[in-house]
Design a protein around this ligand. Sequence first.
Ligand SMILES: Cc1ncc(COP(=O)(O)O)c(C=O)c1O
Length: 302
Amino acid sequence: MSQEKQLPLKENIIELACPSHGGLIREMADKYGIPASEMLELSASLNPLGSPFDHPLGGLDLDSLLEHAMERFGQYPDNRYLEFRKAAARFLDNGLSVENIVPGNGSCEIIRLVAEAIVDQGDIVLIPHPTFAEYEQQCNVAGADVRYIGQDDIFDLSDDVLGGAKILFVCNPNNPTGKLHKREDILSLAKKCVSNNTLLFVDEAFIELADDPSQTITDTVIDNDHLFILRSLTKDFAIPGVRLGFGVASKTIANALNIARLSWNLGSIPEVTWKVVATVRILWHHARPLKMTVIILLSASQ
Ligand SMILES: Cc1ncc(COP(=O)(O)O)c(C=O)c1O
C-alpha cells in the first residue's frame, strides 16, 4: 500500500521563513566574495563607541576574563545564574532583585521563551509594524496567529482587540524607526493590558542608548504579572558575539520562566563577561551626545 510520505514537522514549522534582519556580515562576505574584515557592518545597531574592552577608561582585561571563564569549562554552569542575575538587577539599579531576572543567551532566546510559555496554537498576538522581525518569527514557531497593527495604533487599541490577544509587543525605542515612547504612555497601556488579561511585552533592547533612558518601565514589573521587559546587553556594550540578554518580570512570572527556560542556557564566557561589563556603566553615558548617530544606525536595521 503506497502512502504519501509526510514530514514529521508541525505545519507552522514547515511554512516558516527565515526572519529578515541585519547582522549578516559573514553571509554577505560569502555572497560577494569580500573578506568580512574589509566590510563595514551597518546593519547591526550597536553602541558606536565600541565595547568596554576597546575603551581605555574601562580598564577591563580580556585575557583575565577568558582565563576566569576557562576555569569553569570543566563544570556545568550553575543553572540558577545568581551572579548574572544579581549583576543584572544591580545594573538596572531600581529596586529589583535576582528574583525578577531571567537570563538569556542573547535577548532573542527570551523572545522564544516567552512565546513558548504563553502562546498556544492559534492564539492571537499583536505586533506593531514595522518592528524587529523576531517577535513574529518566535510567535510563528509557537503556532501563533500573528496580527500586525500600525505603530501609530498602539495606544488606541480597543478592549475587544486587546482582549482577544495573548501578547502585545512594543519595542521601545522601536527598531527600525527609533521612536521612543514616554514612560507614562507605556504605563497606561500596561494598565489596559492588565484589565484585558493580555501580556504587554516591552522590548527595551536599545533604551540605554536612547535619548532618555529614564523612560524605562522595568521598575513597574514588581506588582504586574502582565508585563514583561526585554533587555539586550549586546547593543549597549557592542558585544553581539557573546550573546547576552535578560528578561525582567514579576517574581511569579520570572520564576515560572526560569523553570521553563533551557537548562544551562549561558556558557561560562557570557556568564563571566557580564559579571565584568556590568561594572562599567559609565562607558555608555558617553554615548548620549552621539544619540543622532545611534538613531541613524537604528534605522538601518530591522
Ligand atoms: C529590538 C531588538 N530586540 C532584541 C534584539 C536581539 O538582540 P540580542 O539577541 O543580540 O540580545 C535585537 C537585535 O537586533 C533588536 O533589534
